[in-house]
Design a protein around this ligand. Structure first.
Ligand SMILES: NC(=O)c1ccc[n+]([C@@H]2O[C@H](COP(=O)([O-])OP(=O)(O)OC[C@H]3O[C@@H](n4cnc5c(N)ncnc54)[C@H](O)[C@@H]3O)[C@@H](O)[C@H]2O)c1
Length: 286
């Protein structure tokens, strides 16, 4: 049984009664997505590698009167996908929105790039969403069949996060860029496969959104710990300044603005949009 929904703080409540899962939602864009979906009435399962961060975001939602629970763990771990999907179904009685957001960069020029760097990008950006959505398939199939028999049309939503590095390329990121491009192919194919379940599958590709991932090394020395290894994220100052100068809107986007683009593809107004890539980059292309 679905839990009854509780009052939320948003002005509009477009996702009342929906259940969402968001990966990598302990900070940055994922956190803003979790807060936005919850503000619109969805119950949200908040995943992150960092257990404290996932718990804090879930608490933040609850403190504002919404529904959320943390689900800590790495999206690349064996068995993660099944546990993640089951947690939403068990706790909230369904699954309507999947946002595959977790990720990071591990940059090098090609001659210095290791197999580990290459594999890590495909594991987190491509294989993890594949496993999560494969785990969701039996539910989507069964629910859509039952809904069809009852004459109901319920639209479920998948949003896979990509990057303009994937759509346009970026020096120093052949691994990340190739993985994010694969996200687009995966998205477009699954949209064709899952039309029969009434599940829309879209991607949002970000340009430069101000988070730990894109902050100038001058401002912040960001690292992410993956399987005990410290990986440097962020941009060299010259690269950061050059990117900023080429954005038509003249600034980096905020995490909340990024979440707005994801929300568009989760809202009922986009129920007939599938297999698309929405670029959220302030007009910026390489
Ligand atoms: N910030 C940008 O400008 C930008 C641009 C293009 C694409 N993106 C994409 O947006 C997504 C979010 O990035 P962000 O900028 O918010 O970064 P961020 O570093 O601020 O947040 C990413 C979150 O994902 C989590 N995470 C990383 N690996 C994980 C794993 N294996 N399992 C579970 N959680 C994991 C981290 O702990 C972190 O909380 C990523 O997929 C990134 O590639 C960001």
């Amino acid at each position: 049984m679905r839990l009854s929904t509780v009052p939320v703080w948003g002005v509009t409540v477009k996702l009342q009664g929906k259940v969402a899962v968001v990966t990598g939602a302990g900070q940055g864009i994922g956190r803003s997505v979790a807060l936005k979906l919850a503000a619109e009435g969805a119950a949200v399962v908040v995943n992150d590698l960092d257990e404290d961060a996932a718990t804090t975001v879930a608490q933040e939602v609850q403190d504002r009167g919404g529904q959320a629970m943390p689900f800590a763990g790495s999206v690349t771990a064996d068995g993660f996908a099944e546990g993640f999907v089951t947690s939403a179904v068990d706790a909230y009685g369904g699954l309507d929105i999947v946002v595959n957001n977790a990720g990071y960069t591990w940059d090098s020029v090609i001659q210095r790039m290791t197999d580990a760097q290459w594999d890590a990008m495909f594991d987190v950006h491509v294989k993890a969403p594949f496993r999560i959505l494969r785990a969701a398939q039996p539910h989507f199939s069964a629910w859509s069949k039952a809904e069809r028999e009852r004459g109901e049309l319920v639209t479920r939503k998948v949003v896979n996060i990509t990057s303009i590095s994937g759509t346009d390329g970026n020096a120093g990121q052949v691994n990340y860029s190739a993985a994010k491009a694969a996200v687009v192919g995966f998205t477009r194919s699954l949209a064709k496969e899952w039309g029969r379940y009434n599940v829309t599958v879209n991607s949002v590709g970000f340009g430069m959104i101000r988070t730990r991932l894109t902050e100038s090394h001058e401002v912040q020395d960001g690292t992410i710990e993956v399987e005990g290894q410290q990986i440097k994220v962020g941009l060299p100052p010259a690269h950061y300044d050059a990117l900023l100068a080429s954005i038509p809107l003249g600034r980096a986007g905020t995490a909340d603005e990024a979440a707005g683009a994801v929300y568009l593809l989760c809202a009922p107004e986009s129920d007939y949009v599938t297999g698309e890539v929405l670029i959220c980059g302030g007009g910026y292309h390489f």
